[in-house]
Structure formats: C-alpha cells, structure tokens
Design a protein around this ligand. Sequence first.
Ligand code: KIV
Ligand code: ZN
Length: 524
Amino acid sequence: MTIHHPNFGAVPDDRVFIFDTTLRDGEQSPGFSMNLDEKLRMAEALAELGVDVIEAGFPIASQGDFESVRRIAETIKGPVIAGLARSGRDDIVRAGEAVKPAERKRIHTFISTSPLHMKYKLRMEPDAVLEAVVRSVTLARDYTDDVEWSAEDGSRTEPDFLCRCVEAAIRSGATTINIPDTVGYAVPEDIARIFTMLRERVPGADAVIFSTHNHNDLGLAVANTIAAIKAGARQIECTINGIGERAGNAALEEIVMAIRTRHDAVPYRNNIDTPRILRTSKLLATITGFDVQPNKAIVGRNAFAHESGIHQDGVLKNAATYEIMTPESVGWQKTSLVLGKHSGRAAFRDKLRALGYGEVGDNALNDAFRRFKDLADRKKLVYDEDIAALFDETVLRDQSRIRFVALEVWAGSKAKPRARLELEVDGEMKVHESHGDGPVDATFNAIRAICPHEAELKLFTVGAVTEGTDAQAKCGVRLEENGKSVDGQGSDTDTIVAAARAYVHALNKLIVKRERKEPAALTA
Ligand code: KIV
Ligand code: ZN
C-alpha cells in the first residue's frame, strides 16, 4: 500500500527521508550549544544540503530554544521544520506555537516505553504511559497533520507493549513512528527484528512512515540505521558529523554515502546533494569549535589521504584501487594553489572553496582576507591548515557578544608578567591591565576583570596548527560553571593572543548555555 504523508504526499517505496537532528539531539550534547544566528546559519546549510526534515530544537527547554525554532520556522523554506515535545500539554502547546510559521511543520512528541525508564524515570505504570501516548498525539494533531511519535528507549521495550503503544499512536493520528535506540545498546539484528515485528503485527502500520534513531555508544549507529532501512524504516534520524548525546547519533554523511556507494546492497533514494556534505560538516565544526577526528569517515582530513607508497602508487595508476568513492562526490576539491603574501582575493576565495567552505559571504571574506594578509606578512608559507584556522576564527568572532580586539603582554624572567587587553563587549570597548603568574594568567585575569564570572578554568591546551617556529598556535579553553562546561578555541601566530581568543570563545558559549534550563525528562 502506498503511504500518503501530509507533508510528502505519496511516498515511493524506495524513498528514504533524511531527518536531521543536529540542532536538537546534536546541540544538546556538552559543549555543542549554538546561539540563534549560528542555528539559523546551520539550518540554511541543512536546507541547501537537501535534508527532508530539520528538527530545529526543543521549544519548552528555554526562551532561547523557542525563539530559534520559531525563527527557523519563519525563514527556512523547503524542509519540514520539527519541534520536539515530551507528552505533557505545555510541551506540545509550546512546540505547536514554535513551528506554526513554517511552510511545512511537524510536532515530534515522545515518551519512554521501556520497563526501566517507566519505573525509574517516569514513575508511571504502563497503562498511564499508554494514555499519555493517546493524549499527546491527539493534542499535537490540533496543531499539525504531521505528527511524529517516538518510543524513547524503544529498543529495550517489551515487544508486546511496544506494539500496543505504536498502535495507540497510529490510531491517535501519528504519521511517523520513530523507534529510538536511545542508549546505543542494540545490534543490527535487534533493530531489524523490531521493525519487522511492528510492520507485521501493528494494525495501520502500512499507512505510516517508520523511522529509526540510533545512538553510537557501541559504534553501531550507522550499521543499525542501515539494518532498519532494510527492515522497512523509511526515515532516518541523524546528525552532521555524528554529534549528539554521549557517543553521538548516527552520522548523516556516513549513512548517505553508504547508500550511494553501496546502492547494490542498499537500493534506496534520498535528496542529499552529496558535494555539499564537506562544507556543511566544516560549518558545524567552525560554529561549535569541535573539529572531527582526522580519520573520521567521509569528512576527516585523512579520509582520502594515501600515505603508504603502495597505496599512492595504486591511486596514481587508477584511483579506484584504493578509493571507493571520489573525494569530489562529498565536496573535497583538488587544489594546487599555494598562497603567499602576493595572493589576491580571488585566489583566497578559491582556496576557501577548495577547503570545503563553499561560497563565503563578502563580509566574512573581507575580514578573513585581511587576517590572511596579516598572517602572510608574518609567515613565509601559508598552509591550508593555517587558512582553515584563520577562517574558523573569523567566523567564530562574527556574531559574538564579546569580541577580542587587541592584546599587549610584558613577560620574561625578570618583570612580573602584565597584560593590557582590549575587548568589545556588546558593542562597547573595554580596556584592562592585569598582572599574573605568567603572561597567560595575566591575560586571563584581564578577561575576568572586564567580564566578571564565576566559571572555573578546567582545561587549557596549546598546540601548533602546522610545523615550524612561525606556526600559528591553536589554544583550547574549557570553562565550567554550575556543572555545565563549554570549550573554546582560538588561533594566532602569537600563543598568548590565541589563548585570549580561546577564552573569549568559551565565554561566549557560556553565555548561550546559561540561558538554557535542562528539562527534567529529556535524557537523549
Ligand atoms: O534518543 C532518543 O530517544 C531521542 C528521542 C527524544 C527521540 O532523542
Ligand atoms: Zn536521541
């Protein structure tokens, strides 16, 4: 039977819908919070990438979350915009209001169904959970015809009870049924069994889209997602770079490229414009300050690098010897351009494209180009890594409330280290001079004097972007306040300036995080 979905119409059997939850499940993981502008920028990139659904946030969580879902619903055209809600009335009303302006909208409501979660987390009897399923889906349908219902901890739910809950959700009007492996415990056979069972046993199952949502605690999220598709799931929930609670969610880029590269084994279609994958991944890394590991599939720096002589020889003779997909198919571009102080704006723009940043707006380009010229004056060879670090830094500074302006330090083995720091705070210039045990300490003291806060410095790291004594330094700062931690990054040829930038970046993230209260029952 053909499924008729309120937002997608008649659904061909080989179509898999991509539900991206980078801005919800991804964003709620430690250190990954984004402000409104960053979320909007990410949502635009996701729409351009071709995702079918953007889960824009959890509107009840805070005023900030509500506003970002609402702004995304107002401005982003194309994908369905979803807001998450627990089963209570307030959650659903808030989600309904947040997604209201969207051209195509969805409410995604969930409740735990496993014995463990019902007993210890919800303290509810199964019958009460079943009633909550009916109530929540029925109420959500007052706001939109497109309602997704999720069985939190679904993979550890008792099969008969799962069937009863799914049946109740379908009868109440849910159009998508999502079965999360919330704690990343399942193996592919478990996932296949669950979807096969639901499709065979639940009345009305042939009229809804089944969805899979897998966490990566055992490194099985992508494998479980593929198993679910093969067992009939037609929506996959995933995030860019696999970010998400604990070990993360299934990575969008890995699933999409598995489907494309192994179409013989996974013969399904989706709408992702794969050459945009790399730039979307880079944008997220830039915004959050977390690079993917070098060996990360598809988007890691080494994903298409061949180090061993035997492999290099093979690739030169025929790339297919060691490459199962082309680097270009996910957005990597070949470049032979080496930039130096005589390079112009066009070459610089080209280099940014080749590094996966896509089309860069004029303001960001001008700002980054100015910094590049400055760097090229101080450093003979400007490597790709330098440009990536410099551009990330430019984007990071762009929308922040606190902005680094200038720093002078006096240090050495004789005088007491001193730092004179200039910051722009909410558009106002502030200057402070501080002493400290060392130049970094003096600088951090100056930041604390200009922007007083209680957060503790938990981690300070220094590394080099490239080799050589003229290399840029890349510093990391972790701040912790009331059990919440944030990580900031900064780079510069001057190590102390890089440290100051990293501290300021962390502080900006802390401001975003402070506005958010943690909702009690949201565990994944
Ligand atoms: O992992 C999970 O169970 C979730 C639900 C809220 C869908 O993220
Ligand atoms: Zn989740």
